[in-house]
Write a protein that binds this ligand. Structure first.
Ligand code: FBP
Length: 555
């Protein structure tokens, strides 16, 4: 494959590690902290995770260690949506393993968890790893969304791991994939196996975080990529002065991506789904926010603007939320029957018996294209696939109707021409920023250390992330610490709790303090491309979210 000049230069980039991980392995020992509890539903979770619940938080410190350095075999899985830096997690894990013993082996399971279930893998060699260092994408081994959930799938996973003589499996994934990692870890112990399972926090959505996981990897690069694109559109809007751009941004239920992009680019409007839910704002109220700004800007001669829409917005307007929950539960129970029905009208007829009258009427009255998208297959975890719903088009069409009414009433005299955009896949496989390249490499190396120190059911944790990399703190936390019980496919199950945008957080408050001004005035910021080389104030900046959150903690 031909390689670009930038890619060649990026191969030579040396990702940075926290100071403790730069020591010789025999000089690093495990430091056990306090025991842990799950975020809620502790009683139920203790029963689910009889062997792995409540373990202590761990870190590393200097000390004599004679256990590292043994030959071990590890399997690695990339799970779920792509996120920039995944290849560096694998490179960090590989380098750690080889530093321990040149004879250690790394197996890459192909195309996600199904590779483990179906015993499909490739042996990762130094030559392969070299081609993927500091690159975007998950193409080194592929990814997939298969959930390990049936007894047969758990048994097949254990069989593959035993047949390969694995000591451990590393699952690189988001909240659902790390829930899988926790379940697999427990299953292995329960079945008398010593094979360890370690998770790594991946997702551009930024919703896998807590005090010990300050951010999930990929978020940094994705938001910088989207912010560059939004900045370009803002500049075009400000030049042509004739279009309103409605931009839907990936992020699933959480609005972290939209919020960070708003802080970076100062659009006229940015919706935050979590706020829409807290204020119980209906679709009609959301549209009022848009028309208010459109009318005010038209009055000053500005018939253009930029609106950011988190892709999960549709799930958070109360009437839509109720509809989606009822659809999820129905499709969870009657999914097979439902899948056999082809026509939209017949699907509606089927649903009439299972969802409430209010939800049924809402579904019937939505633009057909949106209603059809709401009925598409759920993902393997039972979630509606919000990336496949054209929320930006829904908002454009309802806004047009409302503006036509306002025009009749003589309230609005402007012109409203629109463009809808969806930024998602453009950012998921971008070449990792320096931050993600360093962070991912450190997460992978830390995962190796957690394996080498005998742990299972843990997720790799690297924190203190706004400081230079040598001051980062490497360690691990038990996966059960992040869990609660939730309704999935109509049944209560243990899952990692999603970290949504908190309305009392500094990033949200910083945004909320400025948005009224941005709505009417043109305050666009043009952040430009991700920089890899140059002064640290240009190429070493963490996200605004991390800076604002960490500034509060360090006083
Ligand atoms: P993960 O939660 O697996 O990291 O997925 C991130 C994401 O990019 C979401 O933002 C988006 O809704 C979804 O994946 C799209 O899924 P798919 O890759 O199946 O189209």
């Amino acid at each position: 494959m031909e390689i670009s000049h930038l890619q060649r230069a990026r191969y030579a980039y040396n990702p940075k590690l926290p100071a403790i991980l730069r020591e010789e392995l025999e000089n690093i020992v495990l430091k056990r902290g306090e025991t842990t509890e799950a975020v809620s539903d502790q009683g139920d979770l203790k029963l689910f995770f009889r062997n792995t619940y409540g373990k202590p938080i761990v870190g590393f410190e200097k000390g004599k260690n004679s256990d590292v350095g043994k030959k071990i075999s590890v399997g690695v899985i990339l799970s779920g949506g792509q996120a920039p830096g995944g290849h560096n997690v694998i490179a960090g894990l590989f380098d750690g393993l080889k530093k321990g013993s040149a004879e250690s082996q790394l197996f890459g399971f192909l195309n996600g968890p199904s590779g483990l279930i179906e015993n499909k893998w490739t042996l990762l060699t130094a030559e392969t790893i070299e081609q993927y260092r500091n690159t975007g994408g998950f193409d080194i081994i592929g990814s997939g969304r298969t959930k390990i959930e049936t007894p047969d799938q758990f048994a097949a996973s254990l069989k593959t791991a035993k047949d390969l003589g694995l000591n451990a499996i590393v699952i690189i994934g988001g909240d659902d994939s790390n829930t899988n990692a926790a379940l697999l870890a427990e299953y292995f112990v329960e079945n008398g196996s010593s094979i360890q399972v370690i998770g790594c926090p991946k997702t551009i959505d930024g919703d896998l975080k807590n005090e010990y996981i300050e951010t999930s990897f990929g978020f940094d690069t994705a938001v910088k990529t989207y912010s560059e694109l939004i900045g370009n559109i803002e500049r075009d809007a400000n030049s042509a002065r004739k279009y309103w751009h409605f931009i839907k941004l990936m992020g699933r239920s959480a609005s972290h991506i939209a919020l960070e992009c708003a802080l970076q680019t100062h659009p006229n409007i940015c919706f935050i789904s979590e706020e829409i839910q807290a204020k119980q704002m209906s679709l009609s109220q959301v549209i009022n926010t848009i028309t208010d700004a459109v009318v005010k800007r038209a009055d000053q001669g500005d018939n253009f603007g930029v609106i950011l829409i988190p892709e999960g917005l549709i799930e958070f307007m109360p009437e839509m939320k109720k509809l989606i929950e009822e659809l999820n539960d129905t499709m969870g129970v009657y999914g097979h029957e439902f899948a056999k029905i082809d026509s939209f009208i017949e699907r509606l007829y089927f649903l009439d018996s299972y969802i409430s009258e209010a939800s049924y009427n809402l579904l019937k009255n939505l633009p057909t294209q949106i209603a059809e998208q709401l009925l598409l297959d759920r993902d393997p975890h039972g979630n509606v696939q919000v990336s496949r719903i054209d929320t930006e088009k829904l908002l454009i069409s309802v806004t047009e109707k409302r503006l036509a009414e306002l025009k009749k009433q003589g309230v609005y005299k402007g012109k409203f021409s629109t463009y809808g955009h969806f930024f998602g896949y453009e950012g998921r496989c971008a070449a990792p920023s320096n931050f993600d390249a360093d962070y991912c490499y450190s997460l992978g190396f830390t995962a190796f250390m957690l394996i080498a120190t005998g742990l299972t059911g843990y997720i790799s944790s690297v924190r203190n992330l706004t400081a230079p990399a040598e001051q980062w703190i490497a360690g691990g936390i038990p996966l059960t610490m992040m869990m609660n019980m939730e309704q999935r496919h109509g049944i209560k199950k243990p899952v990692i709790k999603k970290a949504l945008v908190e309305l009392d957080s500094v990033p949200f408050k910083t945004f909320a303090a400025q948005r009224e001004h941005w709505a009417v005035n043109t305050c666009y910021l043009f952040p430009g491309a991700i920089q890899y080389f140059g002064p640290p104030e240009v190429c070493g900046q963490p996200t605004k979210t991390l800076l604002l959150e960490r500034a509060l903690k360090s006083g």
